[in-house]
Design a protein around this ligand. Structure first.
Ligand SMILES: Cc1cc2nc3c(=O)[nH]c(=O)nc-3n(C[C@H](O)[C@H](O)[C@H](O)COP(=O)(O)O)c2cc1C
Ligand code: SF4
Length: 483
């Protein structure tokens, strides 16, 4: 990026921020969180280092380094925590990765070969491209130091001296904010060569992507961070052994890192008790769609879904709940009756047949056509496929074309079997999980709302059928050839 374009971007970012402030856009400043840990005490302006420290920020870092209050290493008197103790604490907390897969964070940290003699890397995944998800940008904007402190603690636990935060290119304001927070932390000796006067060093840098969803997949992200096309790598080898520049690397989501300081300050037991066994702590849900008060809601893991819905103002007035996509667009849709029985945690949602994923809760009321909604989702996956593997490259487009023709009333009786078969041939047969993410919503929509697809395929009453336009006829024949 040139200096001029960087200055233009900064000016644009300031303009967007001013607009946010003027319109009072509601995201996380609504006071309807339950026992918040990451969003506690935020008002939109208190994101700076001094504000974070006033909320108890960087006390967790001081604690692991054996420093009390504002001490530096020269006059430390509290017992430091060893890297193993820090990892054990995170393991015991039941923290699971907030990026989508819900992998236990402490376990992931223990895979890092700490004694590896060369460079090791720590990467924060702030790509946040999953439709419906908008929590990481709020953390970066309004509590960036929680992510920095979480990363410094993780680096200490795994013996890592260099880290990057890869931030989605379309949230440039968050990138600039994070850069500013890094500068503050560096100036205060919280990042750099001798953190708080100790022998522990950790350099942190911000990097921005350009908006591709696939760059959120961890190995696609690493390729992009290396300056290459963001195309996922085969796994194994996993990043813990072959990551950034081929070196051992640990990647965690923004919210995952932001949760760490609270765990060290208050203890793993308190974190675990705040949630459910195997599902520790709070989780930020991005509630969108047909609700009165969309926004980010931080609540303890295991909160009943009806409670979360109530916090978000309930279903739009005059409508009833039809279905919910509980964890971002790639998680299978669940009908209202099933969803109303769920609690919001990894295990309950999995038991109901879906995934908690990134925690993006998309609420759909009785006005929604499920075929149209699926068509929109399928278009997204077709557009975002990186094209490396045939089942995903060809299958995502094929599924979209079939759904599109059903939506237009031109579906064939065999189309639902065809869609399930294409989805079967994608799922589990691709390099990365984008293929699964494209296939799962299709299968779930057909499973739960088959009647809506079939209704659109019923022959139109003779004489009422609209006459297809020339372009529709041309398109239909192209589709017939490609299907
Ligand atoms: C297509 C695709 C997109 C993804 N996008 C994101 C993302 O935007 N942010 C994220 O944290 N994880 C994303 N993930 C998951 C990451 O690959 C990885 O599992 C995660 O960053 C690990 O962090 P965690 O253990 O803290 O969850 C994506 C995965 C796939 C397959
Ligand atoms: S599954 Fe799709 S997005 Fe993932 S590597 Fe293959 S083609 Fe690319």
């Amino acid at each position: 990026m040139t200096l001029a374009s960087s200055q233009n971007n900064r000016a644009e970012a300031q303009r967007v921020l001013a607009q946010f402030a003027a319109t009072g856009v509601e995201t996380c400043f609504h006071g309807r969180h339950i026992s918040p840990q990451i969003f506690a005490g935020l008002d939109g302006s208190n994101w700076r280092l001094k504000d974070y420290e006033a909320r108890g920020g960087y006390q967790a870092l001081r604690r692991i380094l054996g420093l009390d209050g504002n001490q530096t290493a020269g006059n430390a008197n509290a017992a430091a925590m060893t890297p193993d103790q820090v990892t054990a604490e995170v393991k015991a907390s039941g923290l699971r990765g907030r990026g989508g897969a819900g992998f236990p964070t402490g376990l992931k940290w223990s895979f890092m070969p700490r004694q590896f003699p060369g460079q090791k890397y720590l990467v924060c995944n702030s790509d946040e491209g999953e439709p419906g998800t908008c929590k990481d940008r709020d953390i970066l904007m309004y509590n960036p130091h929680s992510v920095i402190e979480g990363m410094v603690i993780a680096a200490y636990a795994m013996g890592i001296s260099v880290g990057y935060n890869y931030i989605h290119g379309e949230i440039f304001t968050a990138y600039l904010r994070f850069e500013e927070a890094i500068e503050e932390a560096r100036a205060a000796g919280l990042l750099g060569d001798a953190i708080l006067g100790s022998s522990f060093k950790f350099q942190l840098h911000a990097a921005h992507g350009f908006g591709a969803y696939i760059c959120g997949e961890e190995t696609g992200l690493l390729e992009s961070l290396e300056g290459k096309k963001g195309q996922p790598r085969f796994k194994p080898p996993f990043p813990a052994s072959f990551g950034l520049y081929g070196k051992p690397t640990t990647i965690n989501n923004t919210e995952t890192f932001a949760a760490v300081p609270w765990i060290i300050r208050h203890g793993s037991q308190a974190y675990l008790e705040c949630g459910k066994p195997n599902n520790g702590g709070t989780k930020i849900y991005s509630v969108s769609g047909d609700v009165e008060l969309p926004g980010n809601y931080e609540v303890p893991m295991g909160t009943p879904f009806p409670k979360l819905l109530e916090l978000a103002g309930g279903v739009r007035k005059g409508h009833t709940l039809k279905a919910v996509i509980p964890g971002g667009s790639s998680s299978p849709v669940l009908p209202a009756a099933i969803m109303m029985e769920c609690t919001m945690d990894y295990d309950s949602i999995a038991k109901a047949g879906s995934m908690l994923g990134s925690g993006a809760v998309i609420v759909m009321d009785d006005s929604r056509c499920m075929v149209e909604s699926l068509k929109r989702l399928s278009y997204f996956y077709m557009h975002e496929s990186c094209g490396q593997c045939t089942p995903c490259r060809e299958g995502t487009g094929w599924m979209w074309r079939v759904i599109d023709r059903i939506h237009k009333g031109q579906g064939r009786p065999s189309d639902l079997d065809l869609l399930n078969s294409v989805a079967d041939n994608i799922q589990g047969h691709t390099i990365c999980a984008l293929g699964d993410a494209a296939a799962m919503p299709v299968r779930a929509m057909i499973k739960h709302f088959r009647h809506e697809f079939e209704a659109l395929m019923k022959p139109t009453v003779a004489g009422n059928a609209p006459i297809p336009t020339l372009s529709q006829r041309e398109r239909a024949s192209t589709e017939a050839r490609s299907a």
